[in-house]
Design a protein around this ligand. Structure first.
Ligand SMILES: [Ca+2]
Length: 72
């Protein structure tokens, strides 16, 4: 029984980690257009610093896929 609880806790932690970028993305995407603009990125220091590197297609917007490469 204890083992089962431990496994459940691990699963929850793992999901929280896996979901981290998406949750942060939605928080930063203040106009909810599914893209983070350079302006929206300013709220997050690391993101603002890494913005140009993360913007792989150089459209000055970060998609969720581009955002997933963010090193937090
Ligand atoms: Ca946006």
């Amino acid at each position: 029984m204890k083992k089962l609880i431990a496994l459940s806790v691990m699963a929850i932690s793992f999901n929280a980690l896996a979901d981290g970028h998406e949750t942060l993305f939605k928080t930063l995407d203040t106009d909810a257009n599914q893209m983070i603009s350079a302006e929206e990125a300013q709220i997050h220091e690391q993101l603002a610093q890494q913005f140009s590197q993360l913007d792989v297609n150089k459209d000055s917007q970060l998609s969720l896929d581009e955002f997933r490469a963010l090193q937090k």
